[in-house]
Design a protein around this ligand. Structure first.
Ligand SMILES: Nc1nc2c(c(=O)[nH]1)N[C@H]1C(S)=C(S)[C@@H](COP(=O)(O)OP(=O)(O)OC[C@H]3O[C@@H](n4cnc5c(=O)[nH]c(N)nc54)[C@H](O)[C@@H]3O)O[C@H]1N2
Ligand SMILES: Nc1nc2c(c(=O)[nH]1)N[C@H]1C(S)=C(S)[C@@H](COP(=O)(O)OP(=O)(O)OC[C@H]3O[C@@H](n4cnc5c(=O)[nH]c(N)nc54)[C@H](O)[C@@H]3O)O[C@H]1N2
Ligand SMILES: [Mo]
Length: 829
């Protein structure tokens, strides 16, 4: 299998390489951000929108999920947050004319960067079977087509409902209800490819699938270990928090195969010191670990602590261990039995270095471990994260100030989406509460995660795909397989803000539903609406967009889902809070007999005036008449027009949201309960935090091969490519590069600057080695450990085998792909 780079992406020959930067952020970053946003949205709109980012009365930054500081700066944003805002608030438009001008085939020849640069989607569009171009369609017809396709399935499990992590709590809650009301738990999300390993390991060991620290804990920590994360690019505002900790005396250890700029030194653009004195040196130790070596490192730390404790005492917090944990002695014995030489082999680090890190942990009074994708996207990620928990439990570093686990989440509301029930394996407790609130019975059978969803489409057992945001084609592994899988479906539906590859690689028919983003003003029946989001530390707050939306045709995600619910379940005006709310909805809700299943085709879209409740269904019966089994009951029309009513339902279903509306009204942040942090209570199988014994694993690299990690450049947001530079790493003008240790380049018989194909090798279940190829990458000599290489995602996703997933969590192993380099046949050019 191979992919050729799309026409506009053949840029590897133009790549320019300079020395990587040691310093992150600073004034150049701010200037860079302003330039990008001026290009996209003009000076006035730039200033107006950037001043609202992360302000109390403004919108939540659509960038990352790092929490806001308690005291906000005037401009609480970073270069990459500003780029995320500019991408969304751009004045460029993709409307019916654009689609008339560009055929699907033509769009398919462009790369992700070009697609994203075209602007905001403005109208619902449909691609007919065999069609060469998308054509405009009314909202009513588009939603009607979706409802019809769903109803036409033999089994609800033949539908897949994906979610990315920008969707608000309100939209996510309604969406999962739509899906469960329809009859399936097929709710894969981007988390499956992201922090699923964190959720799996933490739920098992401490009884909650989230981190246990607040922003205040970061400031108070004595030691911060930042492993497998590149905050200078992906969570720039985290650097301010690290700086604050550092200035109060914290030690910071960076664990990474690459010397990432922000970790080495940081210039805070918001302080005079940052501007004048050349910034804070953040990392006290840079531990240049081999890819996948982290389990070895954390076992080494545990072993060092236990050895010291056995000799001198005073290290292990026995009071905590006895009162709150189980499994200690097994863990202690396992660490004693693990030889240092294996830990050295796993990490590629000398025992001396491992002990030095162990010493820093030993003397620390309060330790936090932060991590991101470098730790979650390996085969043995869950085991690695369990071993981090082991180390923290030894010294009682969970549930006290300045200490704990800190998985740093990616998308700005990915954590909230999970809290709202976007999960293919929902708990019985959640489903029971949902059943009670909406008077139906949600399906209990677990659904497909992302990888299982791809398999189901590939194998023909799933026929309709709907994506609530995101870019499924480009974000998932094994691109060739995924493209074929999606193309074989009956219908693909994308709810999106911007054009991307998932609009181009489609099922037999495809529908694009354009939607409002975070920055857009959202006016519904009951006035201007706000939504809420949860940050990486379990804090929920309101977000309200202020910009004029790109088109009058756009519906919010909430409105789209509410209208689908009404179509599928029939509306239930008598049920639920606030059912007296008036409506200006154009969607004709049909409760009729199957023979008039067609919805009113010429009803005006969006601003129509037809009454919404055209049916005569009474609560408890309407849904069956609408052709679905056992559907949830709510006044969908009212929910569409007043999101506060959705929050009332959330408050009734999700623990911790009891004071929801009141806190938002007061502009407050709602801190969700966190058992381990708040009271050292652990909702595990035995009610204790659990030490676990995990066999040491690390990747073995076959001779003549490299282990490839696929990561983000400084100029992208996942599959959205802002530009072709990776300023901090000194790579300019192109993305098809592979970073390789200079000695490896030489030993493998290549030279820096040469253009090669990347060929991944994977032994399937049958033992037969499968090959996948990504063509035409420029070799760049780089300071990565021997045997390890790095290249950008999503260009390299074609190399990641669908079946290569993390144990337990099922996350694709995007950070460990075995590849060989192959010289290109010069005749290919
Ligand atoms: N500007 C911007 N911000 C973003 C995003 C974006 O694309 N652009 N994406 C968002 C999302 S969804 C997410 S999940 C986060 C991602 O944030 P990150 O996890 O920082 O993203 P990656 O680029 O995948 O970087 C992985 C880091 O881990 C290191 N690493 C790789 N393998 C290993 C390993 O085996 N061990 C160790 N110790 N380190 C390793 C890499 O060298 C790199 O520094 O960022 C979020 N924020
Ligand atoms: N090889 C490799 N693969 C990876 C990773 C990796 O490190 N390596 N990382 C993985 C990770 S961590 C993640 S999170 C996934 C990301 O996977 P996704 O979340 O699926 O991808 P994104 O690129 O973030 O999605 C971008 C699209 O979302 C739409 N969008 C943006 N804002 C909104 C909004 O407010 N509402 C709606 N409805 N749509 C919106 C736009 O149309 C945009 O084109 O990729 C994963 N894939
Ligand atoms: Mo992510």
């Amino acid at each position: 299998m191979a992919t050729k780079p799309p026409r506009t992406d053949i840029d590897e020959t133009r790549v320019r390489v300079t020395r990587p930067k040691k310093v992150a952020v600073g004034v150049p970053a701010v200037l860079h951000a302003l330039q990008i946003s001026n290009d996209q949205m003009g000076v006035e709109r730039s200033i107006r929108s950037l001043l609202r980012v992360n302000q109390k009365d403004g919108f939540d930054c659509p960038g990352c999920a790092w929490p806001e500081e308690d005291k906000r700066h005037i401009a609480e944003f970073c270069e990459n947050g500003a780029k995320a805002v500019a991408e969304e608030a751009t004045l460029r438009r993709v409307g019916p004319d654009f689609f008339a001008e560009h055929s699907l085939a033509e769009l398919g020849a462009h790369d992700d960067w070009w697609l994203g640069q075209q602007g905001r989607l403005t109208h619902p569009m449909i691609l007919d079977e065999g069609g060469t171009h998308y054509r405009p369609i009314s909202w009513d017809d588009a939603l009607g087509e979706i409802a019809k396709a769903l109803r036409g399935l033999a089994d609800p499990n033949e539908a897949i409902f994906y979610t990315s992590g920008r969707t608000s709590n309100e939209a996510a809650f309604l969406y999962q209800l739509l899906v469960r009301g329809f009859g399936t738990n097929n709710l894969p999300d981007c988390s499956n490819m992201c922090h699923e390993s964190s959720g799996s390991a933490l739920t098992e060991t401490i009884g909650i699938g989230k981190g246990t620290v607040s922003i205040g804990d970061i400031h108070e920590a004595d030691l911060l270990i930042v492993a497998g994360q590149n905050p200078g690019t992906n969570h720039p505002r985290m650097l301010s928090a690290l700086e604050k900790a550092k200035l109060s005396g914290a030690t910071i250890i960076a664990v990474n195969p690459l010397p990432e700029a922000g970790l080495v030194r940081f210039e805070n653009p918001q302080t005079v010191k940052g501007v004048i004195l050349g910034g804070t040196k953040l990392a006290d130790q840079f531990v240049q670990i081999r890819l996948g070596g982290d389990q070895g490192l954390f076992q080494a730390i545990g072993k060092h602590l236990l050895e010291y404790d056995a000799e001198h005492g005073g290290v292990v917090d026995h009071e905590f261990v006895d009162a709150y944990t189980s499994g200690f002695t097994d863990y202690r014995d396992a660490m004693a039995a693990t030889p240092w030489r294996e830990l050295v082999a796993a990490t590629g680090l000398p025992e001396k270095t491992l002990r030095r890190v162990g010493e820093a942990v030993r003397v620390s009074k309060a330790t936090i471990v932060c991590w991101a994708m470098g730790l979650t996207q390996h085969k043995h990620s869950v085991a690695t994260l369990r071993d981090i928990v082991n180390v923290l439990l030894l010294q009682g570093n969970i549930g006290r100030p300045g200490a704990g686990v800190c998985p740093v989440r990616g998308h700005s509301n990915v954590q909230g989406d999970r809290t709202m029930g976007i999960y293919e394996k929902p708990s019985e407790k959640f489903l029971d509460a949902l059943d009670d609130e909406f008077e139906f019975t949600a399906p209990r059978e677990h659904g497909h995660d992302t990888v299982a969803a791809i398999r189901a489409m590939r194998d023909g057992t799933a026929r309709v795909f709907m994506g609530m945001g995101g870019n499924f084609v480009s974000a998932t592994p094994d691109t060739v397989v995924v493209e074929a899988a999606l193309r074989s479906t009956d219908l693909t539906v994308q709810v999106s803000t911007k054009l991307n590859r998932s609009h181009v690689v489609t099922g037999r028919r495809a529908i694009i539903l354009p939607t409002l983003g975070r920055t857009d003003r959202d006016r519904r029946g009951n006035g201007e609406q706000r939504v809420t989001v949860e940050d990486s530390m379990g804090a929920v707050h309101a977000s309200r967009g202020r910009l004029v939306p790109p088109s009058e045709e756009l519906l919010s995600e909430v409105a789209i889902v509410a209208r689908l619910c009404a179509l599928l379940f029939g509306t239930d005006a008598g049920n639920g809070p606030g059912s007296e709310v008036g409506t200006d909805s154009a969607v004709q809700v049909d409760h009729g007999q199957p023979e008039h299943e067609e919805i009113h085709r010429d009803a005006p879209a969006v601003k129509g005036s037809a009454p919404a409740r055209s049916g005569s269904a009474s609560p408890g019966s309407g849904s069956n008449e609408a052709g679905t089994r056992n559907a949830p009951h709510a006044d969908w029309v009212a929910l569409e027009h007043d999101y506060a009513l959705i929050r009332q339902h959330i408050a009734a279903v999700v623990p911790g949201f009891e004071d929801f509306e009141a806190s938002i009204d007061k502009g407050r942040t709602l801190f969700l309960p966190n058992g381990p942090r708040d009271e050292r209570s652990f909702a595990t199988a035995d009610g204790r935090a659990r030490f676990t014994v995990n066999a040491l694993e690390y990747p073995r690299i076959p001779g003549g091969r490299l282990l490839l990690q696929t990561l983000r450049s400084h100029d992208q947001y996942n599959t959205t490519i802002y530009g072709k530079d990776d300023r901090y790493r000194g790579i300019h003008g192109g993305r098809r590069v592979i970073m390789v240790n200079p000695k490896d380049i030489q030993v493998l018989g290549f030279s820096d600057g040469e253009i090669v194909d990347l060929v991944s090798e994977w032994a399937g279940a049958d033992g037969v080695v499968q090959e996948r190829r990504a063509e035409s990458f420029r070799i760049v000599g780089y300071a990565t450990p021997r045997g390890n290489a790095a290249a950008y995602y999503p260009e390299t996703n074609v190399l990641v085998p669908l079946d290569s997933v993390a144990d337990v969590s099922g996350t694709p192993t995007s950070k460990s792909v075995v590849v060989r380099l192959e010289r290109r046949d010069p005749s290919l050019g």
